[in-house]
Design a protein around this ligand. Structure first.
Ligand SMILES: Cc1cc2nc3c(=O)[nH]c(=O)nc-3n(C[C@H](O)[C@H](O)[C@H](O)COP(=O)(O)OP(=O)(O)OC[C@H]3O[C@@H](n4cnc5c(N)ncnc54)[C@H](O)[C@@H]3O)c2cc1C
Length: 288
């Protein structure tokens, strides 16, 4: 591994200052579960690394009364998985945290690292997309908010400039009669990445679907929303037939590749199955 300078900032301003001074050869490290393997195998050779572990402001997971949830970029998958409020109000997000790696990995892996690494298969991306989360980004020009649907720009690419830092995710409050679920398919039970992941989030009103959000992982260069499937559900009762139609439309949104973990056809099949299952569970949860 190339030798690198290590910065240990205590707050967000110090991080941003260091990133601005040191330029594009600098990388941020949170849990290191993606970055360190990439450095060890020579994929990345940063001249400097900014360690976020001393920045307490990035570690807060806050419930905002009436206006949702704020999740600091350095909140770990394990914290998300175990948080009682996230589990009850945003079960799809808790489920995605619980699926990342093993307990040891989840104790290190952060939500910010999962999103900024921008793997098409990132497990925490689909529920956050379906929940219409916004990313708060800090840089030398101040802070900006980016809808998560605009955050990913390609495989391992995001809208973040080299001198910018993801600070937190703002997850809007959900109305009554809302429900969601995240499911993925992996050949193995643990320590495997999603062949396909699907998050569905719905809100019901007077027996019809007032809002539907469906997000897919590992079927395109970035995590994506299946907007035609969402629109097909809105304003209609969620019958098995409507759910089946949405699953077909979700397959049309997918642009999967074939690789050693699954063929494009298998991935399309999984999108249909997982969309149907997550919508069915979301509907059950919305009725609670
Ligand atoms: C054995 C193993 C199993 C895994 N299983 C899964 C799995 O099941 N599902 C899954 O989705 N992932 C999995 N991963 C990948 C990884 O654990 C997750 O993506 C994790 O959430 C990354 O978080 P981190 O804090 O470790 O990121 P890091 O490695 O610290 O950083 C990842 C990237 O994000 C950047 N970054 C981190 N924080 C910020 C920030 N605040 N602002 C800007 N850039 C930032 C870093 O510069 C780096 O480019 C696995 C990894 C391993 C090693």
């Amino acid at each position: 591994m190339r030798r690198f300078q290590l910065a240990l900032p205590r707050n967000i301003d110090e991080c941003v200052k260091f990133l601005a001074e040191r330029g594009p050869e600098t990388k941020v490290i949170a849990g290191g579960t993606d970055l360190l393997p990439q450095m060890k195998n020579g994929l990345l050779k940063p001249a400097a690394v900014v360690d976020l572990s001393g920045v307490a402001d990035l570690r807060t997971l806050r419930r905002q009364d009436g206006s949702g949830l704020r999740v600091g970029a350095s909140v770990t998958a394990r914290e998300i998985e175990r948080d009682a409020y996230v589990r009850s109000a945003y079960p799809a997000l808790a489920e995605s945290g619980a699926l990342v790696g093993s307990v040891q990995i989840r104790n290190l892996a952060t939500v910010g690292g999962n999103l900024c690494n921008a793997a098409p298969s990132a497990d925490m991306a689909p529920p956050l997309l379906a929940l219409e989360a916004e990313a708060v980004v800090a840089g030398p020009r101040g802070r900006r908010r980016v809808s998560l649907s605009d955050f990913f720009t390609g495989v391992r690419r995001t809208v973040l400039a080299p001198d910018e830092l993801l600070v937190e995710l703002i997850v809007p409050a959900l109305g009554p009669r809302s429900g969601g679920q995240y499911l993925r398919h992996t050949p193995r039970r643990e320590l495997d990445i999603a062949v396909v992941g699907v998050a569905s989030q719905i809100t019901m009103s007077d027996g019809v679907c007032a809002k539907a959000r469906i997000a897919l992982a590992a079927v395109a260069p970035t995590p994506i929303r299946a907007t035609a499937a969402e629109q097909a559900l809105e304003g209609r009762p969620l019958t098995a037939e409507q759910i089946g139609r949405a699953a077909t439309l979700a397959v049309e949104a997918a642009r999967p590749i074939s690789d050693q973990r699954g063929s494009a056809d298998f991935r399309r099949h999984l999108v249909a199955v997982l969309t149907r299952r997550t919508l069915t569970t979301a509907l059950e949860r919305a009725a609670r």
